[in-house]
Design a protein. Structure first.
Length: 465
């Protein structure tokens, strides 16, 4: 397969600061977006209960209903991005999220809360699908590695935002919570401004005889989406059952919860790109997901055996388990990046990313009841069952990946992703595609000529309220 990279290009190097051009602009957009998420990651529930005075039952019910409503947006909006260009749709969702986030400042009762949160979740899921298509175009041939880089940037943004969140929560006044929401809204506006510096990618031509809703009729991808929906519950181990387990069932110090989340974040920032470089094809993704599930088996079993240990021993065992779990997370993330992009045809990335997001959303909805009920009700046995659950899913992953490769067109099976030369060159900052009469026109610009703008700047992680 011929490379679409410009002549003389030696390959991509990704880090927390991507090279000048579209990739750097996308990185700044991701940083702004995830910084805002970090600001509200733990404060929104407190705002709803302490400032709006909703009950915890109302908050939980409202977020569950709005989350389920939001799931319907992914596939149709992803398809819209495929047909009209991903940048246009992504920027539109940023504006809707800006307005819906401001709407939280004006809710006074449960009905208003349900309306605002439903609009917000619809926009969030729409953004996730369209943004997947945009990232695919920005990343070009190295989309899977670039997505690993943006995953690391995501963790940086959330961590920085969490610092501001902690300060506001410590202050604890209604105005402090409102300030978090207002700044969070402004991050959407910043992302909208910065994403305007990205090339306006035109839709790719779809085969004339292809199905209208290819993602929904692609049985191999539907099977993968279902498998990953269950596997993606691993992201909630550290957020749901583990904190409760540490506080209620072990003698480890309570500060262990925060320290472990910090440890997880630092490992992801440091090593996600390195792991992603080695997972770029569908088959490599299946193997990486198998490694991930077996690592989750080890970490879950280790956590389960900490009940009854002395405090220092419980701390050491849980710390080691989280290191193992995070290595599994690195492999799982890299696997999904490779399979998501590798199985989706270039002209329908948004539609396929929307379906993948629908699966992950379903997993997120099931995670609280499944994990807390299993681990806290059955104790050590529950943790072992959870680990076995992930391991069984992992052992199925290579077969699903092979199924996906067999059913892809030959040029895409088992090979790194590639788009047209204009798209890849645009990502490098050497070509900026512009529309003229429905065709892409190359306009040569110097690398790094995109400015970062004066304001601060992957889509919002799933679960943003």
């Amino acid at each position: 397969m011929s490379s679409p990279l410009p002549a003389g290009h030696k390959g991509m190097r990704f880090g927390l600061l991507p090279e000048p051009g579209a990739r750097r602009m996308y990185g700044f957009t991701t940083l702004a977006n995830t910084f805002g998420f970090g600001l509200v990651i733990t404060s929104m529930a407190l705002y709803f209960t302490r400032v709006v005075h909703l009950s915890s039952v109302q908050v939980g019910l409202g977020l569950t209903i709005s989350g389920l409503i939001g799931l319907v947006a992914g596939v149709p909006i992803g398809d819209l991005a495929d047909r009209h260009g991903p940048r246009t749709v992504v920027r539109a969702t940023f504006l809707v999220q800006f307005l819906s986030t401001l709407g939280y400042l004006f809710i006074r009762d449960f009905a208003m809360f349900l309306v605002v949160s439903s609009v917000d979740m619809l926009a969030m899921n729409a953004n996730g699908a369209a943004d997947g298509a945009l990232l695919r175009r920005v990343g070009g041939e190295d989309a899977t590695v670039f997505r690993s880089a943006t995953h690391a940037i995501t963790n940086v943004g959330i961590s920085l935002g969490a610092v501001g969140c902690a300060v506001a929560v410590q202050v604890g006044t209604p105005d402090a919570y409102r300030a978090l929401i207002a700044v969070n809204a402004l991050t959407f506006l910043a992302a909208w401004v910065i994403s305007g510096r990205l090339p306006k990618y035109q839709p790719l031509t779809a085969p004339a005889d292809g199905p209208r809703w290819g993602a929904l009729t692609d049985r191999a991808f539907v099977g993968y989406a279902a498998l990953n929906a269950a596997m993606s519950m691993q992201y909630f181990v550290m957020l749901l059952p583990l904190p409760l387990w540490i506080v209620d069932r072990t003698d480890a110090p309570r500060w262990t919860v925060g320290a472990l989340i910090l440890l997880n974040t630092l490992i992801v920032i440091a090593f996600q790109v390195r792991v992603g470089r080695n997972v770029q094809t569908i088959s490599q993704g299946g193997a990486a997901m198998r490694r991930a599930g077996l690592l989750f088996l080890v970490s879950c079993c280790a956590i389960g055996f900490t009940a009854g240990l002395p405090g220092w021993a419980a701390l050491l065992v849980i710390g080691a388990a989280i290191v193992v779990h995070t290595i599994g997370e690195l492999n799982h993330a890299a696997a999904t990046f490779a399979i998501d992009f590798g199985m989706a045809p270039a002209h329908a990335q948004g539609q396929y990313q929307g379906l993948a997001g629908l699966g992950m959303g379903a997993g997120a909805a099931a995670a609280p009841v499944f994990m807390i009920g299993l681990c806290l009700t059955l104790g050590t046995t529950g943790w072992i069952i959870l680990g076995v659950f992930f391991a069984v899913l992992a052992l199925l992953a290579p077969a699903v990946a092979r199924w996906g490769e067999r059913t892809r067109p030959t040029p895409e099976a088992g090979q790194p992703l590639a788009l047209d030369a204009a798209t890849t060159a645009a990502a490098l900052g050497t070509v900026r595609p512009r529309a003229r009469g429905g065709e892409l026109v190359d306009r040569r610009v110097a690398p790094g000529s995109f400015r970062t703008g004066s304001g601060p700047a992957a889509s919002r992680p799933q679960g943003r309220a």
